[in-house]
Design a protein around this ligand. Structure first.
Ligand code: DLL
Length: 427
């Protein structure tokens, strides 16, 4: 929760980080073969950490390292001390297994409680958790946090949109936790049922688990009376609540620096970049017992920003993942950039799929996008198509084709995380 350390001096925070970092490195080295081998190969020892900056001497950990040690090889404690196991669904190969001790679960609940509180939540709130429950960390992570804060929790999980709406109307939750794209699906369905989305009981939305553009932010703001904050996290490091945004300053997720040591690196050279410079986020856990993680390469692109609402640093809204970046005829394109451009064409909804293919040697990019409500004339449709093609070309620099589809035509996933890209180039 929002304990004193959140507003302590930077010197106090860094002192705590240093003590915890030393312990993490020692535990990892002594209890996990992977770390012992990796540190030895790199010629470093936990005793080489004499200041926080020395962390850059240690090797990175990558998703592959977790996969190669499937299922329990990265555990620093015996299975008898593990209280919970989650897994992140890999697109290829085995999932990544993550384990938690009782104390890890308690810390996680405290950090999600803190995240809800900094968003503006209190123990009197009723929280609808619409992240999926199960191996995905979203549902249970949010659930335990809301309970730890003392809220009443509705464990709705993802999907069953009509039921979600009935529950919102009948049980009158004041906070909803969902992926931003799923929140839009709920709002679209409400609109088609004639529900006035400006008059919902919901006052705060805690959205995360996928990149979301400013366009989606303003869309949710305009269609509801909710304050929407950005919650960030990843299974390998914990789950939701690694960082979360203040509902007052709304200026990017605050990294809970008493539990995580963040760095931003150049994704190509691996060099640590100064605060304010964009690169890939790297995180070292400071309190995780079951699976301590040293310098995990998240692949998420952002930069570190100075503290505002608390004494802890923030991250800039995640632009995308380095592995989500599309290279279309030599131009780098992030799905969120296309999302921002779609918002410039009022007839189109921010529900879209980018289909990459090849025509001879050339890449092609088709933007499939939903219309908000049916066009009156064929001319209106052609106009919207041409507008989007023009804006994408002038703002991003790639030529695309556009197909406009009916509302709800684009598949919604069961996890609630939107699938934005279909790459047919590898066929
Ligand atoms: O998505 C944990 C989570 C659940 C976070 C609920 C927030 C809310 P994973 O399934 O392991 O864990 O996916 C982690 O999702 O590396 C990012 O690429 C992306 N991601 C998570 N939160 C955000 C966010 C959960 N706020 C991966 N903005 C991360 C952008 C996000 N991307």
């Amino acid at each position: 929760m929002i304990d004193a350390i959140v507003n302590a001096s930077r010197a106090q925070i860094e002192k705590l980080q240093f003590e915890r970092l030393k312990r993490t490195l020692k535990t990892a080295y002594e209890n996990v073969d992977h770390y012992r081998n990796a540190f030895d190969d790199f010629g470093v020892h936990p005793s080489d950490l004499r200041s926080l900056g020395d962390i850059s001497k240690f090797p990175f950990t990558e998703k592959n390292n977790l996969r190669d040690n499937y299922p329990y090889g990265m555990c620093a404690v015996p299975l008898s001390e593990v209280a919970r196991i989650h897994a992140s669904s890999g697109t290829t190969g085995k999932p990544t297994v993550v384990a938690y001790t009782r104390s890890d679960i308690d810390n996680w609940a405290c950090l999600v409680a803190r995240s809800i509180e900094i968003a503006g939540g209190t123990p009197s709130d009723v929280v609808q958790v619409s992240y999926g429950y199960g191996l995905f960390t979203g549902g249970l992570g949010a659930h335990y946090g809301a309970e730890a804060l003392g809220c009443a929790v509705i464990p709705m999980s993802g999907g069953q949109t009509e039921k979600q709406i009935a529950i919102i109307q009948d049980l009158r939750p004041t906070i909803i936790m969902a992926t931003p794209s799923y929140m839009l699906t709920i709002l679209d369905e409400m609109a088609s049922q004639g529900v006035d989305t400006k008059k919902l009981s919901l006052r705060i939305g805690i959205f995360g688990a996928e990149p979301w553009s400013n366009a989606i932010k303003s869309e949710i703001r305009e269609r509801t009376s909710m304050v929407g904050v950005d919650i960030y996290g990843l299974s390998e490091v914990m789950g939701p609540g690694v960082a979360s945004e203040s509902g007052i300053t709304l200026d990017g997720p605050i990294i809970w620096e008493d539990h995580f040591y963040p760095e931003v690196i150049d994704p190509i050279t691996g060099e640590v970049l100064p605060d304010g410079v964009a690169g890939e986020l790297v995180i070292t856990t400071l309190t995780k017992q079951a699976i301590p993680i040293v310098r995990y390469r998240t692949r998420d692109l952002t930069c570190l920003l100075p503290p505002t609402a608390t004494s802890m640093r923030r991250i800039k809204q995640i632009q995308g993942r380095s592995d989500d970046m599309l290279i279309v005829r030599g131009v780098n394109v992030f799905p969120t950039q296309i999302e921002d451009v779609i918002a410039k064409v009022p007839a189109l909804a921010p529900q879209y799929l980018l289909i990459l293919d090849k025509k001879g040697p050339l890449d092609t990019l088709e933007v499939q996008v939903e219309v908000r409500s049916a066009f009156n004339t064929a001319r209106e449709k052609t106009r919207a198509q041409q507008d989007l093609i023009h804006h994408v070309k002038s703002m991003i620099g790639v030529t695309v084709t556009v197909s406009i589809v009916e509302p709800f035509a684009i598949e919604r996933t069961s996890t609630g995380k939107a699938k934005r890209v279909l790459d047919r180039r590898q066929r």
